[in-house]
Ligand binder design. Structure first.
Ligand code: KG4
Ligand code: ZN
Length: 357
């Protein structure tokens, strides 16, 4: 089976060709960083126009690199939500047009499902297939959730953020420190040279029951810490130490919440073996190594996609499309893009928020 995947839900225009044998034949990602940098964040209208300018070329390149012709494809999958609707529309309409012309199935993929299933494409540390069920920590710019992945399309949410997503907290803290855009990777770099205990930052919800997250208090304390520094420009030493303190506090919260989630996961699935991390923040080395250590302590296997498949890409969309195709679950051309699309529609709303869920 061969599937073309298209991703346009945020600020990456991406296309990839993937096979049912877990091979990535091509994986083209065009980032719009330069277009959005002057604004310090993603501007939806600029993103939609940039997707429109780039999409044909990126798809042509993905097909050429894969050395695959349209008739050889088994399906065309595109992110159908959640995300910035202008961009999602560009990807979905393009995919539908290709599907209609070549008489192939179209699959509208949930972007979060793309992140959630990436490890099934990339495998565990020994390149073995990661089998269902597994526990998933999904940490991106828009989401922060713990889920049990029971099968493709079957998710049970154990917890979610009641305010900010972790990637958002990384980005906003980085912005306050003037580290540039995008903030997450920059903050990680600065944290490497920092002292994580010089500044005392909160660990929201740590020690409390359940698996929900909250990061807005941490972000606020970063702002107050910066305001309380001596007058004048923030020094490099201060920047590095605040970054290290932030990353350490965020990591403590993740470990605490994951520990609770592991209890619930093993209670539901005593033979469950894997903790998986996915989404853009999963590219953070400090967070990856702390989760790996937690898995060792809890006798679970740890699986994470390679760094370039943690952030947004189309290989994950092609793969999620493949899993749907194998299950016979395809869409037709009446599919409507969905700006909001929870993985677990039955989950109870998070107390006090859940706006990102
Ligand atoms: O999954 P993703 O590419 O897009 C969404 O679906 O949201 O995630 C992007 C987020 C951004 O907030 C970005 O700052 C964060 O992931 N991120 C990181 C790192 N790389 C990307 N956060 C912390 N450390 C990183 N190395
Ligand atoms: Zn994403």
């Amino acid at each position: 089976m061969i599937v073309l995947g298209i991703e346009t839900s945020c600020d990456e225009t991406a296309a990839a060709v993937v096979t049912g044998q877990r091979q990535i034949l091509s994986n083209e990602v065009l980032s719009q960083l330069d277009e959005h940098r002057p604004y310090g964040g993603v501007v939806p209208e600029i993103a939609a126009r940039a997707h429109l300018d780039a999409i044909d070329h990126i798809i042509a390149r993905a097909m050429a690199t894969a050395n695959v012709t349209y008739p050889e494809l088994d399906a065309i999958a595109a992110t159908g939500g959640p995300g910035l609707i202008g961009g999602v529309l560009v990807g979905v309409m393009t995919a539908k047009a290709i599907a209609a012309v070549h008489q192939k199935p179209f699959i509208g993929v949930n972007h979060l499902e793309g992140h959630a299933l990436t490890v099934r494409l990339t495998g565990d540390a020994d390149n073995n297939e990661v089998e269902f069920p597994y526990l998933l920590l999904l940490v991106s710019g828009g989401h922060c959730q713990l889920l049990i992945v029971e099968a493709a399309g079957a998710y049970r949410r154990l917890g979610t953020t009641i305010d900010d997503a972790l990637g958002e907290a990384f980005d906003k803290s980085a912005k306050m420190l003037g580290l540039g855009y995008p903030g997450g990777p920059a903050l990680e770099k600065w944290a490497m040279d920092g002292d994580p205990i010089r500044f005392d930052l909160p660990r929201p919800l740590k020690g409390r029951a359940g698996c929900d997250f909250s990061f807005s208090g941490l972000k606020t304390k970063v702002r107050q810490t910066i305001e309380n520094l001596p007058a004048g420009p923030v020094t490099d030493r201060d920047k590095a130490d605040i970054c290290a303190a932030f990353q350490n506090a965020a990591g403590d919260v993740l470990i605490d919440r994951c520990n609770n989630a592991i209890d619930l996961f093993l209670a539901a699935h005593p033979a469950g073996r894997h903790l998986v991390v996915a989404g853009g923040v999963a590219a953070n080395q400090s967070i990856r190594s702390r989760l790996a250590a937690l898995c060792k302590a809890r006798k679970l296997s740890f699986a994470a996609p390679p760094l370039d498949l943690c952030t947004d890409n189309a290989a994950m969309i092609a793969w999620a499309g493949l899993e749907r195709l194998k299950a016979g679950d395809v869409d037709d051309l009446s599919f409507r893009p969905r700006p909001r699309w929870p993985l677990d529609p039955d989950a109870a709303p998070a107390i006090g928020g859940g706006v990102k869920a």
